[in-house]
Design a protein around this ligand. Sequence first.
Ligand code: SAM
Ligand code: SF4
Ligand code: F3S
Length: 470
Amino acid sequence: MEREKVLVSAEDLERQRTYMRRVRALLESRGVSPTACVDTFGCQQNVADGERLQGMLREMGFTLTEEPEGADVVLLNTCAVREHAEDRVFGNLGALSHSKKANPDMIIGLCGCMAQEERVSQRVKKSFPYVNLVFGPHAMWKFPELLWRVYDRRGRVFSTEDEHGTISEGLPVVRGDSIKAWVSIMYGCNNFCSYCIVPYVRGRERSRDPQCVLEEVRSLVEAGYKDITLLGQNVNSYGNDLGLGYDFADLLSDIDKIPGEYLIRFTSSHPKDATHKLFDTMARCEHVAKQLHLPFQSGNDRVLKEMNRRYTREQYLSLIRYAREKMPNIVLTSDVIIGFPGETEEEAMDTVSLVKEVGFDALFTFIYSPRPGTRAAEFPDPATRQEKLKWFDKLLAVQNEWSAKLHAAYIGKTERVLVDGTSDDPDYPLAARTEGHRLVRLKGDPGLMGKFINVRITDSNTWALYGEAE
Ligand code: SAM
Ligand code: SF4
Ligand code: F3S
């Protein structure tokens, strides 16, 4: 795909700014002070998209609210990765019918990954007549124009064409936090893991220009952000489509040169593209957190092959050994799927044994959910839900025991943390993260918010450390 076709042109973006002004003028002429709610589900990529949608809404004159009730525009920014995520969205859409009855002028929009699925947009067309607007991730940059069309024609608008995908620079943004920020460095996915819907709804891999990423990170650091996460479905293939001979490790090295007191993290990494160069770079760069989220999905080679993951158990373990050799205190997390179609108990136990062998700091564990349109959804799946739950519980028990042990070993130690939140626990009113992103519940003064401080760890459980500012 040629670069000119990937980048949304300056003229097209200017046209969207014209639509933003039009919507704003229309609402002002009606004498209303409109409100909008963006309800985001799913991964950080969707959160980052939600911040862009909020940015466009603010430019159009909307005040943002977290409550859909009474809002003039409600957008459900959805996730399609598992059936449960989709069910929740349909539940929320159903509930919004009452709000729409109370306020017939309310505009309800469905966007994000689910909206890109033909099956979903057809269902919304037929069964949710009160939904005004449906658009997938490919059309997000055109949101002002789509919203204008809804206001102008009072009809339903669907923009869900299947596309390779584009990059639009310079969309307005409302960041949800003043300490932590998301920076997408690439979009889409080329990997087609056989269980996964993401490549079908987010298009092919396309990387932002390194200069655009560097400028965004620099401006965030200058604005006082302390914890910046670089996003992509597989950041390890960053740059492959640019033809510059410039890869993700090069990008990390250049970001690291930006002066300031901040940490850089990234997610997600694919083991097939994680290189020694990347780990060497992480080890060397002072701003890069020594934390790695490296999803392995299964510990069994036959299942990995059926998943189309393109690495073996041994290759994965060898990457982990290398990362630990270079960064002995690295915090490791991973994603795992239990109950892939055709997986046997023995194969599921290979996953459990890999978890034991590596000793992850934390795991994101999922039971396989068939996604219509993916290859694996066609595979025979003889194991019962009950069997899968049994394997899943075994995996959780092993991980939880290990996490609790790892956390207990912190008691009495001093850790450098970034104070980044509050909690409603009066004994521990602050929340903080270590460099490795472990949660620390903290006694201390709210004035510490946004600061890197040393804390003494006094207690722990499976999910968190507890401490006091030194
Ligand atoms: N691109 C990232 C990667 O490969 O690590 C993240 C992909 S997905 C948004 C996050 C996780 O959801 C995956 O790593 C996988 O464990 C899980 N997942 C994806 N499809 C799934 C499915 N059909 N059923 C259950 N879990 C799934
Ligand atoms: Fe899905 Fe695999 Fe792409 Fe991750 S790498 S988004 S699991 S297809
Ligand atoms: Fe979900 Fe889309 Fe992210 S399917 S996990 S919101 S890329």
